[in-house]
Ligand binder design. Structure first.
Ligand code: AMP
Ligand code: GLY
Length: 427
């Protein structure tokens, strides 16, 4: 039997803990730091440093550490744990650069012929501005490094592009904007595609669509994601095969050739264009809220699948023998956020009724930004809950998820009322 430690505090980590706990070979799941709801499914602990994590792993005989968010991956937490012989799910610092540096990701794409938008990469404002002349608009300007989802600006004309560049080089996103990618604007439908990787090969790990805009009808500013559903009807079996053969496998093989094998989950943000699927971005971690719907449908041993990625074949790991499957039913997640998000919002507001939502058939409330104080559930962030449901169709899952939402009493919160609309319209 195995003990697992999950690092993170979001809805993604709650969903991973919930599924890991159901693995037949798992005894106990710990989560650091966790949140006000993860305690329902795991033991929350607060580990403040890498040293604390290493010590905890020894003390509690941890068989696998699962790193949820990008920041610790890009900072090299996986390398530090692996050096101590602790099996870890998530890539090392160099491989995590697929997410941490858009320039690095685009160079890998260029070198290994992976379909992506045409681009230029610049480290000086003057050169970047010179590149803008005679270009077709809109054009996409991206800060090279991590910018919490805010470092991408779609410029409608040269003036907007110049302003975006000036902001980035002036330090609007800190060091993340000291180099930039300028790329062609792609038209199509966006899909989140996931693949588990063991450094040599990859297997598909589901796909989903999320709603990035804050308001109904996909209006308003971008957010971390206001809801998601899976499967995404646009992803036909032939299209999935094209993604695996032209995007995922060339990346995994290319990274191995570079001497920086990628182990963990590759989350490809895809644009399904008229010319086929193109890569918008890579993330080196699971998506949030996509993971909530993937875990609702996941139907295999999550611990075994994640552990297999942590070691090379030579060390007894590898995905060759791993079998995963997903339930045929659809899953849909509605994010409940604090009023004002993604701008300023209040914290410490009281949430009631999550137990009523959880008592509904096929509904599970994943916590993102919550905190338990004196047995009261309080909001503690922008995206606060992910009410997730399964059903025979996306419409059925949607109806149940909103039943769950309606059972929750949180006057200071709001959610979109149309999650899944595109898929339901297609059906
Ligand atoms: P990224 O962080 O690179 O995924 O960009 C954030 C969002 O910006 C994506 O989810 C897209 O909606 C949009 N985006 C990024 N790159 C492009 C592109 N080349 N063409 C059109 N939209 C894009
Ligand atoms: N939902 C998008 C992300 O996790 O980056």
């Amino acid at each position: 039997m195995n003990n697992v430690l999950v690092i993170g505090s979001g809805g993604r980590e709650h969903a991973l803990c919930w599924r890991l706990k159901q693995s037949p070979s798992v005894r106990e799941v710990f989560c650091s730091p966790g949140n006000g709801g993860i305690g329902e499914d795991a033991t929350c602990v607060t580990l403040r440093s890498t040293q604390d994590i290493i010590h905890f792993c020894g003390e509690h005989k941890i068989s696998l550490v699962v790193i949820g968010p990008e920041q610790p991956l890009v900072e090299g937490l996986a390398d530090e744990l692996a050096e101590k012989g602790i099996p870890v799910f998530g890539p090392g610092k160099q491989a995590a650069a697929l997410e941490g540096s858009k320039g690095f990701m685009k160079n890998i794409c260029a070198k290994y012929h992976i379909p992506t938008a045409a681009y230029g990469y610049f480290t000086a404002l003057s050169e970047a501005k010179a590149f803008l002349k005679d270009k077709k608009y809109p054009l996409v300007v991206k800060a090279d490094g991590l910018a919490a989802g805010k470092g991408v600006i779609i410029a409608q004309n040269q003036k907007e592009a110049e302003e975006a560049l000036s902001g980035m080089f002036a330090g609007q996103f800190g060091d993340s904007g000291k180099s930039v990618v300028i790329e062609e604007f792609l038209v199509g439908e966006e899909v989140s595609y996931f693949a588990l990787c063991d450094g040599e090969t990859a297997i598909e790990f589901g796909y989903a669509q999320d709603h990035k805009r804050v308001f109904d009808g996909d209006e308003g500013p971008n957010t971390g994601g206001m809801g998601a559903y899976s499967p995404a009807p646009i992803m036909t079996p032939p299209l999935r095969e094209i993604v695996m053969q032209t995007i995922i496998l060339p990346t995994v093989r290319g990274m191995k050739k570079e001497g920086i094998p990628f182990r963990g989950v590759l989350f490809a943000g895809l644009m399904i264009t008229a010319d086929g699927p193109m890569l918008l971005e890579y993330n080196a971690r699971f998506g949030d809220p996509e993971t909530q719907v993937l875990m609702a449908r996941f139907n295999a041993d999550l611990f075994e699948a994640l552990l297999a990625c942590s070691k090379s074949k030579a060390d007894g790991g590898g995905l060759d023998k791993v079998k995963i499957s997903f339930r045929d039913e659809a899953a849909l997640c509605v994010v409940m956020a604090a009023k004002g998000y993604p701008g300023t919002y209040e914290k410490n507001t009281m949430i009631r009724g999550t137990e009523h939502a959880n008592a509904l058939d096929d509904v599970k409330v994943f916590h993102a930004g919550t905190e338990l104080k004196d047995e009261k559930l309080l909001s503690n962030g922008g995206r606060v809950l992910g009410v997730t449901a399964i059903g025979h169709t996306i419409a059925a899952a949607q109806a149940k998820a909103y039943q769950g939402v309606n059972a929750i009493d949180w006057p200071e919160g709001f959610c979109r009322r149309d999650i899944g609309w595109r898929a339901i319209k297609m059906a």
